[in-house]
Design a protein around this ligand. Structure first.
Ligand code: ADP
Ligand code: TRP
Length: 323
């Protein structure tokens, strides 16, 4: 049985890039018989950048609703809010007393972010210690992350090792980063990588009219409707190919090449495919977002299980530390 854990920042509504690049692969991984997945919403981490409470509540709900809409199994696995397990903050303090200052000062992510900010808060600096607590509190073995987070996993291992060494016991498991090199890069409406930072994303949960409007903004070249087009340089075709089956892709490719098929036609086909492919998750997402009691219930199942494990671990840590 492998214990897999990952945190998702709650700073926006998950877009098509997040869904295809991170959420669906993680759900596949969680379904493998030997795996037990811990998935949490890093709402405490989000406070480093997002101060507005209403926005936070909305994005926490939206992230949770997305995972549930794509059938993340909360019976077999765990879905929880980081902030609902207060033990993580206590552990963060203990760990901070085993974290060498220069290790945090040299973290790439801190350097990059702090250079771009006018006010640099301590929370941004100690961010990796909270992340270490998130992971080792639950004895996680594998942590799927993007390349930018690998250094944080190395920091986690260093802290855990220092602690174990100090008390001459294997209190904490040393986690391993799991970086998927084969992850697809989903292009945004402007052809760059889809990202909330570039404002080029497709929110598949939008009402139909608004969704169509966004799909229509996908940038294409000026080739006239009658002329043949190159599918391999077209963003609409790229997005369509990520969602369609082989027959649908071949059909659209043939339409591009033969001419008489406009980008408007391709965009309508993409829009219709999004609606067809995501009909169930769209309905489920909207149901959960309009009935947050349902959402709350699902989250509390995971939080009860996570809290129990966290309390057991903290009991051990306190006794080792003499508290
Ligand atoms: P954003 O770029 O919108 O801020 P994040 O950095 O929060 O997205 O990414 C969250 C997860 O979604 C990461 O695992 C990341 O690899 C994945 N992801 C984000 N954008 C894309 C994309 N365009 N294509 C594939 N995966 C993506
Ligand atoms: N820092 C991660 C990110 O920005 C989110 C995160 C917080 C996380 N705690 C974690 C990821 C623990 C993995 C494990 O993407």
């Amino acid at each position: 049985m492998s214990r897999i854990l990952t945190g998702i920042q709650s700073t926006n509504i998950p877009h098509l890039g997040n869904i295809l690049g991170a959420i669906l692969p993680a759900i596949e991984l969680s379904k493998q018989p030997g795996n037990n997945s811990f998935l949490f919403i890093a709402d405490l981490h989000s406070l480093t950048t997002q101060k507005d409470a209403a926005q936070r509540i909305n994005s926490v709900n939206s992230v949770a609703a997305t995972w549930l809409a794509f059938d993340f199994d909360t019976e077999k696995n765990m879905l929880y809010r980081q902030s609902r397990i207060p033990e993580v903050c206590e552990l963060t303090w203990y760990l901070s007393c085993f974290t060498p200052f220069p290790m945090l000062a040299n973290a790439h992510s801190f350097k990059d972010k702090s250079e771009r900010l006018s006010d640099v808060y301590t929370g941004l600096f100690t961010y990796p210690v909270l992340m270490a607590a998130d992971i080792i509190l639950y004895d996680a073995e594998f942590v799927p992350v993007g390349k930018d987070q690998v250094q944080h996993i190395e920091i986690t291992r260093d802290i855990a090792q220092k602690f174990n060494h100090q008390y001459n016991q294997e209190i904490f498991v040393l986690p391993q980063a799991k970086v998927d090199e084969s992850v697809m890069i989903v292009p945004g409406t402007d052809g760059q990588k889809m990202s909330k930072s570039y404002n080029n994303y497709i929110n598949i949960f939008l009402p139909e009219k608004e969704l169509l409007k966004v799909v229509k903004t996908i940038v294409t070249d000026a080739t006239h409707l009658e002329e043949p087009k190159n599918p391999d340089t077209c963003n609409v075709f790229k997005l369509y190919s990520l969602l369609a089956d082989a027959n649908q892709i071949n059909e659209m490719r043939a339409n591009y090449v033969k001419g008489g098929y406009g980008y408007g036609h391709a965009k309508t086909a993409l829009y219709e495919l999004i609606l067809a492919k995501f009909e169930k998750p769209r309905n489920r997402y909207n149901e959960l977002m309009s009935n947050t009691n349902l959402l709350e219930k699902e989250l509390q199942i995971g939080e009860a299980k996570a809290r129990k494990l966290a309390q057991e671990k903290l009991k051990l840590v306190r006794s080792v530390l003499g508290f």
